[in-house]
Design a protein around this ligand. Structure first.
Ligand SMILES: *Cc1c(COP(=O)(O)O)cnc(C)c1O
Length: 951
């Protein structure tokens, strides 16, 4: 080998893809296919095949890619941020940083649908809910929403559902955060609501179905909202308060002021600003609103042994069941970040959080006192952390001097500057800021002694919070470390075994992809920092946009949506704006195939569209005749078709081009749900197939980890004619977006700090690696389908008998014959050390398996062996060897609680716990037995004391 050949430029590609050449040959032989090219030919319809090399650079090895990105990151300027507006520097406790944020045990888990192997993060989320309940003074909280602005929009929608007031007028506090107002405007327009802005005092003047107040206001002002809330409620309206969680450690809670709903950002509880995200938005509400509330709610139930156990409650409210009648389209949320915020409260406890909040307030109070003494006027005399100073003509100079000294302030207008204090601000920062404003050095200690608080007595918090033992136990680092580890051990994540959830693409989240997200140059940047300080971010984001354009064929990318469902919203928004701009605003029918994911109809409804369902035929494809009939019937008002490709049935439909042309010929646009893009990359492109706009779940195809249920990112690609209608941002303009296009997220580039993960992935794979990954994903799925097909029917295949990147196995015949259900099989897989595949989506009574390209043949074979062994167990039930109600399937999962005592089951302990030899090697112990969902929903308890009742 030559010296240059001794450098393996493709090493990462082989690390990301789980199968090597020998595996590939063996698996192709198993399928009776000569080559990967032949497999692609049999799988992907000829008329959509790309047939070219992607316009991406060649693969770059890990170390080199990291060094190159570091050079880009270094173009960001990490100033000290005092901008505020909902985003603050915070000190992530190092024990949480390393053991949660940087720990695959936490970040590679999936949404806790299989609750028995997710008790760790469910407990963390229960802590989070308890923390929110405590601070807000409300009865219930969810876990969690995407950002404060969309949470406010959800609050508005909830108010409409819960309000007794007829009509469509919603009151908004004029002191609301500007980005929140921007998102509210977008949502209100398509819900058909009218927003009325005013001072809180005016909230009682009209017949509003609800009102949103900001607490403290965007100008820092703290006022008692009690009378204004009462005025809204007296008329039957719903009072919603957007509140700063840290401020609530010192201020009277929204609940005590009478609010029905409280919401806000939890970012400053230990989650870096990250140029806008990801952060968890909290959302709390009255108990009687629980069925109308959006988002996931964690609740306490009992397991088969009567022990307390956690799981997601009231799921019948959610989009996967209620579809266009769902409360919200939210799917991926911000679990990892909610966990971090909850752990921050666990680690600091009541006294610690109170000290931090008090320190922040005292810094602000002393600063305000000093500038007032120097003769400046304050915009508000009562505040928590934000001081706005009227500087007149001096404003420019103070702003510039502060910048030169490394401080970012908020420029409110030509004469007013805002200074928002935070946990990371030091005494030195305080004296330097005072000097910058007053031109005088001060004795901070002396000032401190003479400065009163700036919170009115009537608004001082009198009620306790964080009183539960969990917040008052784990304060030493050892205790915290062990608590985190104890919870982590209860959860099955990708660092234990493959998670073959169909549609979710649980592929490798490579360490080299994760490393950049905690670099300060990415983590510690405010989303509204001056543009000349974020050149590195803009370069990285632009680079990722170019990569995604090459992969999808679109002309423009909007990075704003924080999840796939948000991408759907942003995409349908562009379609609606496009039709309206052409004078065809009447077009409001959205065609959605029967097999679509629940977010599709839920999103269409939020866009004020009429959902018309298109049938699927016996082989799972869109029924083209039915589509023809419906496009004709609605030709005059057809807005869009939402199409998932390959379909949620796991097949590349042959007729996809015809389907897109049909929609176009009737004046409609094609929205492609891009959740299955992992089957397309390098082989075909959404824009070439006929899509006009599509989202890309970066947490599926492009390696952002699922975080136990978020974060995610759902940027959209748009064809040129739709590009002018992508979301812009009122505070920080989006390059390339048109003026006046209101926002869909709180931050201009969504959760910008996790974009480096996808950027690194594409850079390290290169043009060929990206295509090879797709081919391996197809091979792995077809291999699993072939091997399992000998034991379970595979529901749908393409015309050559091939599946795409996932396959559905049908358990309904088995269930009819044996009484063993899909749930029994899912729970039994836990005893074998596996997370169940996607259950009952898109077809009830089935499992949808997506192995991804990152799994090795050895891991696939272990999973296949488990499924075959389970099939044999079912046979024993069928044959009467085991009773129908007492067998390893019905009793699954088996936890350590099953070990002790007398063993009186018709199967052995070994059969229960170690059914195959590999299990003994690497046993995963479910921490509880099977959970009773019905009990938990009948006796809804969503706070920590609920756990204690059983202990
Ligand atoms: C995951 C998924 C979505 C929703 O994406 P989120 O990022 O969870 O909001 C939509 N459609 C399909 C087919 C999906 O698999």
């Amino acid at each position: 080998m030559s010296l240059s050949e001794l450098y393996n430029r493709n090493e990462f590609v082989a690390r990301h893809i789980g199968i090597d050449e020998a595996d590939t040959r063996a698996m192709l032989a198993e399928l009776g296919v000569a080559s990967l090219a032949d497999l692609v030919e049999q799988t992907v319809p000829a008329d959509i095949r790309f047939g070219k090399k992607l316009a991406l650079p060649d693969a770059v090895p890990e170390a080199e890619a990291l060094a190159a990105l570091k050079a880009v990151a270094n173009k960001n300027v990490v100033n000290k941020s005092f901008i505020g507006l909902g985003y603050y520097p915070t000190l992530t406790p190092a024990v949480i940083l390393r053991n949660v944020l940087e720990n695959p045990g936490w970040y590679t888990a999936y949404t806790p649908y299989q609750a028995e192997i997710a008790q760790g993060r469910l407990e963390a989320l229960l802590n989070y809910q308890q923390m929110v309940i405590d601070f807000t003074g409300l009865e219930l909280a969810n876990a969690s929403l995407l950002d404060e602005a969309t949470a406010a929009a959800e609050g508005m929608a909830l108010a409409r559902r819960a309000s007794k007031v007829k009509g469509d007028r919603f009151f908004v506090d004029a002191r609301v955060l500007p980005q929140t107002l921007d998102v509210l405007k977008t949502r209100a327009e398509y819900f058909g609501f009218e927003l009325v802005l005013g001072h809180p005092e005016e909230a009682g003047n009209g017949d509003y179905f609800g009102a949103l107040f900001q607490y403290p206001g965007e100008n820092g002002e703290v006022i008692d909202l009690t009378p204004h809330i009462a005025a809204v409620k007296a008329k039957g309206g719903i009072a919603v308060v957007a509140a700063d969680l840290m401020a609530l450690a010192l201020l009277k809670s929204p609940g005590e002021m009478g609010a029905d709903v409280a919401l806000g950002n939890t970012q400053r509880f230990g989650v870096p600003m990250g140029f806008g995200g990801p952060h968890a938005a909290y959302f709390a509400f009255r108990d009687d609103m629980k069925r109308a509330a959006p988002g996931r709610i964690i609740g306490v139930s009992v397991d088969a042994k009567g022990k307390p156990a956690l799981r997601m409650a009231l799921q019948t409210r959610e989009q996967h069941i209620r579809r266009e009648k769902a409360n919200s389209n939210i799917c991926t949320s911000q679990v990892l970040l909610a966990n971090i915020a909850g752990f921050y409260a666990v680690y600091h406890g009541q006294a610690g959080v109170k000290r931090i909040a008090t320190r922040i307030h005292r810094l602000a109070a002393v600063f305000a006192h000093a500038v007032k003494a120097a003769g400046f006027k304050l915009v508000a005399g009562r505040f928590f952390d934000t001081v706005q100073v009227e500087l007149g003509a001096k404003a420019d100079k103070v702003y510039a001097d502060a910048l030169a000294a490394g401080y970012n302030l908020r420029r409110v207008d030509g004469s007013i500057l805002g200074v928002a204090f935070h946990e990371a601000a030091s005494l030195d920062d305080l004296s330097r800021l005072i000097e910058l404003f007053t031109g005088r050095a001060v004795d901070v200690a002396a000032l401190d002694a003479e400065t009163p608080d700036a919170i009115p007595d009537s608004l001082r918090r009198q009620t306790a919070y964080l009183t539960h033992p969990v917040f008052n136990t784990h304060h030493s680092e050892h205790e915290m470390l062990r608590y985190l580890k104890k919870l982590e051990n209860k959860d099955l994540a990708l660092n234990h075994s493959m998670i073959s959830l169909g549609s979710c693409t649980m592929k490798l989240n490579a360490t080299a992809e994760m490393i950049p997200i905690t670099w300060p140059e990415f983590a510690e940047i405010h989303p509204f920092a001056p543009r000349d300080q974020v050149a590195g971010y803009l370069e990285m984001i632009d680079g990722l946009a170019e990569q995604l354009k090459a992969i999808t064929g679109f002309d423009a990318i909007s990075m704003q949506p924080n999840s796939g469902a948000q991408g759907e919203y942003a995409g349908l928004l562009a379609i609606r704006r496009y039709h309206a701009a052409r004078g065809e605003g009447r077009r409001d029918v959205c065609l959605i195939p029967q097999s679509a994911h629940g977010t599709n109809p839920a999103t269409a409804q939020m866009m004020g569209m009429k959902v018309v369902v298109v049938k699927c035929d016996a082989s799972g494809n869109i029924d083209v005749e039915d589509l023809k009939a419906k496009t004709e019937e609605h030709a005059d008002d057809l807005a869009a078709l939402m199409l998932t490709y390959p379909s949620t049935h796991g097949v590349f439909e042959e007729a996809v081009r015809e389907i897109c042309e049909l929609v176009h010929s009737h004046g409609g646009q094609v929205y492609m749900d891009g959740a299955n893009l992992n089957a397309q990359v390098g082989l075909t492109r959404p824009a070439d197939i006929g899509a006009d706009v599509s989202h890309m779940n970066l947490h599926k195809t492009f390696c952002i980890p699922h975080g136990g249920g978020g974060p995610g990112m759902g940027p959209i690609g748009l064809k040129a004619h739709l590009a002018p209608f992508m979301a812009n941002h009122v505070v920080a303009e989006v390059p390339g977006a048109q003026a006046g296009q209101s926002a869909v997220s709180a931050a201009p580039f969504g959760s910008a700090s996790i974009l480096p993960i996808s950027y690194m992935y594409i850079a390290m794979m290169g043009a060929d690696g990206m295509r090879e990954a797709t081919e391996a994903a197809l091979l792995n799925a077809n291999y699993v389908a072939k091997k399992l097909g000998e034991h379970y029917p595979v529901l749908y295949t393409g015309k050559n008998g091939r599946v795409a990147h996932e396959c559905i196995i049908d358990l309904r015949p088995l269930k009819a014959e044996s009484g063993v259900t899909e749930v029994d099989i899912a729970k039994r897989l836990m005893d074998y050390g596996f997370h169940a595949p996607t259950m009952s989506f898109p077809v009830a009574g089935t499992l949808m398996i997506e192995p991804t390209e990152s799994e090795s043949k050895a891991e696939l074979d272990r999973f296949i062996a488990a499924m075959i062994a389970i099939r044999e167990e079912v046979k024993k039930v069928q044959d009467g060897v085991w009773p129908a109600d007492n067998n390893p399937l019905k009793n699954a999962p088996h936890s350590k609680a099953d070990i002790g005592g007398e063993w009186d089951r018709p199967y052995s302990r070994d059969e229960a716990f170690f059914p195959l030899s590999y299990v003994l090697e690497n046993k995963f112990w479910p921490s509880v037995n099977r959970i009773d969902d019905v009990y938990g929903d009948r006796n809804l308890v969503c706070s920590c004391p609920g756990m204690d009742e059983y202990v």
